[in-house]
Design a protein around this ligand. Structure first.
Ligand SMILES: [Zn+2]
Length: 134
């Protein structure tokens, strides 16, 4: 965090950010100063009147002073084209992926368990009715 010599840093360099801003998870931070950020995009599909969840990946510049690691939740902003495939820059590390997953997963499981329980109850009701009819 001390000295940042990166010219392509939105805070210390001359890089200006504009356009889209989004949050995603770093899936790869292997190349120097570049990260692959994956984000979930929710799209509306008119044909089925439902929302579709899909994933999208972009390459983003990872400045020295930010130094995002794999599994970090980061805020990414659109900027000028930095290389053939990069036109985004990481502007902030929000947190770690594990924390967010821990919050999300149990809700899904709970919901599923509830559905299963309701289904079982319905089947039991049906059974009880059938038995009563005999
Ligand atoms: Zn910097």
């Amino acid at each position: 965090m001390s000295q940042c010599n990166d010219k392509r840093c939105p805070v210390h360099g001359s890089l200006s950010v504009r356009g889209n801003l989004f949050t995603g998870t770093v899936v790869s931070a292997k190349p120097e100063k570049t990260v692959t950020v994956e984000m979930t995009v929710i799209q509306y599909v008119p044909k089925y009147e439902r929302y579709k969840k899909s994933k999208s990946r972009v390459y983003a510049h990872n400045p020295e002073c930010i130094n995002a690691k794999e599994n970090d939740i980061v805020k990414v902003a659109e900027t000028r084209k930095l290389s053939k495939t990069k036109n985004f820059v990481v502007i902030k590390v929000i947190g770690k992926k594990k924390i967010v997953e821990g919050e999300e997963e149990p809700i899904g499981r709970k919901h599923k368990a509830k559905e299963e329980k309701e289904r079982e109850e319905r089947q039991e009701d049906k059974k009880a009715k059938e038995e009563g009819a005999e």
